[in-house]
Design a protein around this ligand. Structure first.
Ligand code: NAP
Length: 508
């Protein structure tokens, strides 16, 4: 393994949940695998006073609790802990950044980081602190001038705005101090191994890609289903956000880009993001007329999860009892380009659905002539059913897999067709543990590879598409549709897809 060049990682918001749950465990794993040079200090920054040792102890306890004692490698932690430091700072106080710069330089020389060390600032803070943070970095001279060889990269966490206007304002704020190439907008979904595999599967095999177009594909379904509701006091935040902002605008549209984009001329950040951008530029409502013809919002009501009664959304902790906030979105969209003209894309995401599951299902057209009868059998008992089209399923989580459904002759004296499935499961094939999304993404920031990060034009294009829908919903006093917890969504979503004679997949 080759360690990256010496890189100082500053985490703004180091006493927060994201730092202890994701960032420090990911950096620890990178250190264990020797991707993080021993001369790369990790400096936590937040308002609370804390010594270096207190920070180290706190992080050790949290990582140990997360991994479990048997999986926690104490010797490896001791190596990593030597690289951990803490600096108290109020991010809103511009006068404190000069002191930050001095202590960062002192720490860098203490660990022996080279003079050409690069720096990463990870903004693990609320969005209102982004502007003061980049301004403070700039005023203190921590953002190197364009012509300098020094490197500073800034990682920004979602949410990237809450509509088109606020996203544009955020872009403007960042661009006053940073070049676009210094900004890494993180969408942890893109760090998942199976999400990255979408492009490799499509463009590393010759047999599937020629089929992915309007000539062969009937429709595509993208599902991001969550089983959880508002656990962990999430209701307060969620009631201001909802399924559209939280998941559809970013994760679902990113998956759409990856499955629908054309091959890039080079497998490099700019070329890949250019192709994704073209998909977003071609994105349209799937049918004409009012928004409700192609976009459905709904909210979960009380239900039974594993036999236990659960609350409806409006009864959840910190949720407005009259809230119209959507916990479910389904959309029929289209791509106005040569490859996909006329192919419906059905997108859906929701909370309190029957299971946690993310998948892309590509349903192919039926054979032009139906020569055989199709059966579905339970043992020797078979029922005649409608022809089952071929389906290619890319399961992103859990149990990451790729399945191809096709028809085969049922053994016997008749020409009967039975649908079967050819499955590739990551877990069964690869013994190596799949890296956590944050590990991969942090390493990419250190390497300066922005392929898996969202560019400002992609972000704006996604907001440009969803903002009119959000505005229409939020300006209306009409209630959303409802669905009982642990079901696959409202009836209106079934109608949305059944107009094309298709139906939603309901994986077991
Ligand atoms: N948690 C997750 O799993 C997750 C996932 C995806 C995205 N995100 C995003 O990541 C960001 C951070 O989330 P989080 O859950 O870690 O938040 P959090 O638990 O509320 O932590 C916020 C951090 O900011 C620090 N802070 C607040 N005001 C400050 C100030 N004026 N100066 C310096 N530090 C200040 C707090 O520490 P002090 O109080 O000590 O200053 C704390 O360390 C948010 O934008 C969130 O949307 C989080």
């Amino acid at each position: 393994m080759v360690a990256t060049n010496d890189t100082t990682v500053l985490i703004f918001g180091a006493s927060g949940d994201l730092t202890s749950r994701k960032l420090i465990p990911a950096l620890f794993r990178l250190s264990q695998q020797q991707y993080l040079s021993v001369r790369s200090p990790v400096i936590g920054v937040a308002r609370r006073p804390k010594s270096h040792d207190e920070f180290r102890t706190e992080m050790r306890e949290k990582v140990q609790a997360r991994l479990g004692l048997d999986k926690f490698d104490a010797a490896a932690w001791d190596v990593f802990a030597n690289q951990l430091f803490y600096q108290q700072l109020d991010l809103t106080d511009a006068s404190e950044y000069a002191m930050l710069k001095t202590s960062v330089q002192a720490i860098e020389s203490q660990v022996g980081a080279g003079n050409d060390a690069s720096r990463i600032v990870y903004l693990a803070t609320t969005p209102d602190l982004i502007a003061p943070a980049v301004e403070g970095l700039d005023v203190s001279g921590m953002i190197p001038p364009r012509e300098s060889k020094s490197i500073l990269r800034v990682v920004v966490e979602k949410p990237f705005g809450r509509d088109l206007k606020s996203a544009q304002e955020l872009t403007l704020t960042l661009s006053r101090h940073l070049q676009e190439s210094q900004i890494y907008r993180i969408d942890h979904y893109l760090g998942k191994e199976t999400v990255q595999n979408i492009l490799l599967f499509r463009f590393g095999n010759a047999i599937f890609e020629p089929l992915l177009n309007r000539n062969h594909v009937d429709h595509i379904q993208i599902t991001v289903a969550e089983e959880l509701g508002m656990e962990g006091a999430r209701g307060g935040y969620y009631d201001t956000s909802g399924a559209m902002r939280d998941v559809l605008q970013n994760h679902v549209l990113q998956l759409l880009c990856l499955i629908a984009m054309d091959p890039p001329s080079l497998f490099q950040a700019r070329e890949i993001r250019d192709e994704k951008m073209k998909v977003l530029q071609a994105l349209r409502p799937g049918v004409s007329g009012p928004i409700e013809n192609w976009a459905i919002r709904a909210q979960y009501t009380a239900g039974l999860v594993d036999g236990q009664p659960t609350l409806g959304y409006r009864e959840e902790d910190r949720v407005n009892p009259n809230s119209n906030r959507e916990t479910y979105v389904a959309m029929r969209v289209a791509l106005d380009n040569w490859r996909w003209a006329g192919v419906p894309f059905f997108l859906r995401t929701g909370k309190r659905l029957p299971k946690q599951m993310t998948e892309i299902a590509i349903q192919f057209k039926n054979p032009p002539l139906n020569l055989f009868s199709t059966v579905e059998c339970d043992g020797d008992l078979c029922d005649l059913v409608e022809t089952r089209p071929n389906t290619l399923i890319l399961r992103i989580q859990p149990q990451e897999a790729i399945s191809l459904r096709f028809s085969t002759k049922r053994p016997g004296m008749n020409y009967q067709v039975q649908p079967v499935s050819m499955d590739f499961e990551y877990g069964a094939h690869f013994t190596a543990q799949l890296p956590e999304a944050y590990e991969r993404l942090l390493l990419d920031v250190m390497r300066g590879d922005s392929t898996l990060f969202t560019r400002s034009d992609e972000l704006e294009a996604a907001w440009r598409f969803v903002t009119p829908v959000l505005e229409s919903w939020e300006s209306s006093s009409a209630a959303p549709d409802f669905y009982p917890a642990a079901t696959w969504g409202p009836r209106s979503a079934d109608q949305l897809i059944s107009e094309t004679k298709a139906c939603w997949r309901a994986p077991k």
